[in-house]
Design a protein around this ligand. Structure first.
Ligand code: BGC
Length: 414
């Protein structure tokens, strides 16, 4: 049975600057990756050298059949010192955007994808109220320089993830030990960067309860600031897990949903779209997270292999936000590309079910284009549709890339 997707459906892949560009030396994480000891399995170093190879990479995508590329511009390159906006870095991103347009790829630009300039994180990061205006000032500069080439934009990638990490720690009772590895790394990073102990707050290791009000305000304010300088369709992306209640867990499940997603969803009404980013589900019992059954297949990240989560999360996001939806990330860390194809095939059946039910879903963007730097885990997890040889930087599309690209080209599944 064939299914035709709506005309103009976005078929893309995503990356984030720090994970693929290489040499992001003015960022907060660069310092933390090279410290000894480090929380990171290895440094990002040259990553996939996408900073220089973007044109060929975008060409590969186009050749495979995709029509959209979601990538982030790097704040740490654009504003490496507070108040200094690098024309050279902005020109670089103009060339990336121009390369997309020249190769019939629609660019979707994320303004913030986890990393930040070192000066920002050293001075409290998102936990400091100044973060809102600092971020808005950067967005204004970037939108003024790039806005005419930018049809789609995402303000903040997974703006709810600091809250998710904090809330999950609270409900599991597993708080990082004071004076433990994480604490020591943050104190050392503060020292190395000339900051004050206790203030060095990277996006993924900070306090979500403190950062979230600023992230919400930053989304709202930057949304208006970017709109004033572009015609881009704009949204925020959220990390959405399919929370399923088991063993009398309904009340806790609802509480978790409210804490992690509720405060964002309430503020999104009227946005051009909401970005749905889903990888798996979590089972919630009356007293906390219940591990998946022993028989469950796990991905390289340790999550349960559960592609059906995507359908549940699209339905949730559409209903709760009232916005059009775009899947801005969905994928799997695996060495076995046959499992990637199976995961994606089942995730796409969920996409089709949503479309058949009349949900306003505008696109599917797979994470990720390239095997890339998976943060704390280093280069071990393989999320890419395209394999990257770490020694030569040679690219080789995997079977799933050809298969998904063909669906994209036809805008239909057979
Ligand atoms: C992030 C990506 C990350 C992916 C896979 C998402 O939460 O946006 O940067 O690589 O998950 O873990």
């Amino acid at each position: 049975m064939t299914f035709a997707f709506p005309k103009g459906f976005l078929w893309g892949t995503a990356t984030a600057a720090h994970q693929v560009e290489g040499g992001n030396t003015a960022s907060d994480l660069w310092l933390m990756e090279w410290m000894k000891p480090s929380l990171f399995a290895e440094p990002s170093a040259d990553a996939c050298d996408h900073y220089h190879r973007y044109d060929g990479d975008i060409g590969l995508l186009a050749g495979l059949g995709f029509n959209t590329y979601r990538f982030s511009i790097e704040w740490a390159r654009i504003e490496p010192e507070e108040g200094f906006f690098s024309k050279a870095a902005l020109d670089h991103y103009r060339r990336v955007l121009a390369s997309c347009h020249a190769q019939n790829i629609l660019p979707m630009v994320t303004f913030h994808h986890f990393t930040a300039p070192l000066w920002f994180t050293r001075d409290g990061g998102w936990e400091d109220a100044k973060s809102v205006d600092r971020f808005v000032r950067y967005c204004e500069a970037a939108a003024a320089a790039l806005g005419d080439l930018m049809p789609y934009g995402c303000t903040i990638n997974e703006a709810n993830i600091p809250q998710m990490i904090t809330t999950m720690r609270e409900i599991s009772g597993r708080q990082p030990r004071p004076g433990g590895r994480r604490d020591r790394a943050l104190t050392e990073a503060a020292r190395l960067s000339g900051g004050v102990p206790g203030r060095f707050a990277p996006y993924l290791s900070g306090d979500g309860n403190k950062a979230t009000p600023h992230l919400i305000a930053a989304h709202r304010k930057s949304y208006g600031a970017i709109k004033a300088k572009t015609n881009a369709k704009l949204g925020v992306t959220l990390s959405l897990t399919d929370y399923q209640a088991v063993e009398d867990g309904a009340a806790l499940r609802d509480k978790v949903h409210h804490a992690i997603n509720g405060q964002f969803l309430e503020t999104l009404k009227g946005d051009d779209f909401i970005g749905v980013q889903t990888y798996s589900r979590a089972l919630i019992g009356a007293h906390g997270i219940v591990p998946p059954p022993n028989s469950a297949e796990r991905t390289q990240m340790g999550y349960e292999f559960y592609p059906e989560a995507l359908e549940a999360c699209i339905r949730f996001a559409a209903k709760e936000s009232g916005c059009p939806t775009i899947v801005t990330e969905n994928g799997i860390g695996t060495e076995d590309d046959t499992r990637r194809m199976e995961y994606t095939r089942r995730a796409l059946s969920g996409v089709i079910n949503c479309l058949k039910d009349g949900i306003d879903l505008r696109g599917y963007v797979h994470w990720s284009m390239l095997d890339n730097y998976e943060w704390l885990e280093g280069y071990r997890p393989k999320f890419g549709l395209i394999e990257v040889d770490r020694a030569t930087q040679a690219r080789r599309p995997k079977p799933t890339a050809y298969w998904l690209g063909e669906i994209a080209r036809r805008n239909a599944v057979a």
